[in-house]
Write a protein that binds this ligand. Structure first.
Ligand code: ZN
Length: 560
């Protein structure tokens, strides 16, 4: 730590620090959380949002309780312009403040003549965030202008926006890199913005290469020398974005930018799903409202669904595996002392403990799983389930990754049978026609015959593959009996060919991830025939959805 001692004035109070207290400033009481999923996060490869998607993501972020939502760059594309045009009527924010993003004026142009600044004013938000080059080399090489002009661009742009009554956040781009080479210039850019009335000076690690120990020193120096709020914006190229954010807050920053689920280009932005609970639960600093921390996991998964990217099970705090415990060795120890294996109570962030069952697992793991589900299985039944699991895993099933199918298997072992619908038969036809345009047109059609509530229903649907076609046909057949299925849909489908090494040829393992918008479950099918394997996984996926689908689904499931 360098740059400031304990004598520098600080906001806030110290919370439960036990050592090195003389070295660090007091921790702030609260930190503003600034989410940039809709702007920086949407730079991620494969992430593309419609205006409707953006409005729904913003709603979720507001529901979570972040302080600021950066909505996009109205001057840069028509989609973001439409977003800001529709937001006032269609977005009811109760906690968050919407922020429009842009850049400083161009070199040699008056602010009032600058397109980007004009768009920012037109976006009609209470606050804006503008980015300025804060590194000498980027000014001379990329901008090809003088350092004096760069300072003027920063100051005049902030002043112009302030004159229009806007709150201004100032992103100092490449700040940490620039500071290493020419600190005087990088700090000068901040001074120009501060003097012109910026509310927050945001130090950006644009290429994500910074390390926590240097961040601490640099941020502490800025906090000591500037009167306005200091914020940070880290990219994760060194895998340190969250750690850097924490280091910056310990050094006095009170505004943290990042993205829910760490979305962003390359390796992403600081993951707010980890930064928020780290700050709230570990450092005792107010971020989102305390009673909303338990919304973290559902919101993280809901947004993953909206942006159509499968959630990472190993994501800290909110991942499906974050509190999953495998193997029989320490399961009984977990039951006695959960905190020995869980760094925070899982429900504090809306997640839950999960016991993972595999062929490696002993009886005790399975018994915990059964208890977790609230099922009643005696020791004899438990023994039979263990045998069944072993046999199935030998055939290629992998229940460790298929929590949905495992649950159904355990429910069945307790005497339950699903009777939401009864399959009579299904058929899948795949066609490939080469048409006059020389393009191949593969088409898959599925027909499903089922009995539902005593009626025989036959439904046919097309799809771009067997799972898609079967899913559509099944939904057509039973959808009107179970309207809840409209909110349940498949998010991922994975196929793996397994060589069982038993001379019987390869078998196919199909895994399907399904969501109801709140939770994701995985189901499995294994067969020598890919369509049969797909059907098994699909059947479990739908049945699981119905078992957990509120009163109508649940009561039917539990009546027997
Ligand atoms: Zn960025």
């Amino acid at each position: 730590m360098s740059g400031s001692g304990s004598s520098a004035p600080r906001r806030g109070h110290r919370h439960g620090q036990t050592s090195h207290a003389f070295d660090f400033p007091a921790l702030p009481e609260a930190v503003d959380i600034f989410d940039t999923t809709l702007r920086d996060g949407s730079q991620q490869e494969g992430l593309s949002l419609t205006v409707d998607d953006k409005l729904r993501v913003a709603e979720q972020l507001d529901h979570l309780g972040v302080t600021f939502i950066e909505g996009g760059w109205p001057g840069a594309n028509p989609k973001d312009e439409e977003f800001f045009a529709r937001a006032p009527a269609e977005l009811r924010l109760s906690t968050a403040t919407l922020v429009a993003f842009g850049s400083t004026r161009r070199a040699g142009v008056r602010p009032e003549d600058d397109e980007v600044l004009r768009h920012l004013v037109k976006a009609n938000t209470e606050a804006v965030c503008i980015v300025a080059k804060a590194s000498e080399v980027h000014v001379t090489d990329a901008l090809r202008t003088s350092l004096d002009e760069a300072l003027a661009m920063a100051g005049e742009s902030v002043a112009f926006l302030r004159d229009h009554g806007l709150r201004v956040f100032f992103d100092a781009e490449h700040f940490f890199d620039g500071y290493r080479v020419n600190p005087e210039f990088s700090l000068g850019v901040l001074r120009a913005a501060e003097e012109a009335g910026a509310e927050t000076l945001v130090l950006c690690d644009t290429n994500g290469g910074a390390m926590p120990h240097e961040v601490e020193g640099i941020v502490a120096g800025v906090v000591a020398d500037y009167g306005c709020q200091v914020g940070v914006h880290f990219h994760n190229d060194s895998g340190c974005a969250v750690a850097n954010s924490i280091a910056a807050v310990r050094a006095g920053a009170t505004h943290v930018q990042g993205c829910i689920n760490g979305y962003g280009e390359r390796t992403g932005n600081a993951d707010l799903s980890a930064a928020i609970p780290n700050l709230s639960l570990k450092l005792n600093i107010r971020t989102i409202p305390a009673d909303r921390l338990e919304r973290l996991t559902p919101v993280s998964h809901h947004i993953a669904e909206l942006v159509n990217i499968a959630p990472n099970p190993q994501q800290p705090y909110v991942g499906a595996a974050s509190f999953a415990h495998k193997a029989g060795l320490h399961t009984s120890a977990i039951a006695r002392r959960r905190d020995a294996y869980e760094h925070v109570p899982p429900d504090s962030v809306g997640n839950g403990t999960r016991f993972v069952v595999s062929e490696m697992a002993g009886r005790s793991t399975l018994a915990f799983k059964v208890e977790e589900l609230g099922l009643d299985l005696d020791s004899e039944a438990l023994g039979r389930v263990l045998e069944t699991l072993k046999t199935l895993e030998h055939r290629g099933y992998h229940f460790e990754v298929a929590d949905g199918s495992l649950e159904l298997l355990l429910r069945r072992a307790s005497g339950w049978e699903p009777d939401f619908f009864e399959l009579e038969s299904f058929r899948v036809i795949a066609d490939h026609a080469d048409e006059a345009d020389g393009q191949g047109h593969p088409m898959t059609e599925a027909t499903v015959k089922v009995r539902v509530h005593g009626d025989r229903v036959v439904a046919t649907a097309e799809g771009n593959g067997p799972v898609n076609a079967l899913d559509s046909a099944l939904r057509q057949a039973i959808g009107s009996s179970y309207p809840v299925l409209a909110g349940v849909h498949l998010v991922d489908y994975r196929v793996r060919v397994l060589d069982t090494g038993r001379g019987t040829g390869a078998v196919t393992r199909v895994l399907i991830d399904t969501t109801d918008g709140e939770v994701v479950w995985t189901t499995i099918g294994v067969s020598e025939n890919i369509i049969e394997a797909s059907w098994q996984a699909l059947f479990d996926s739908i049945v699981y959805g119905l078992v957990h689908a509120g009163p109508e689904g649940r009561s039917e499931a539990e009546e027997r």
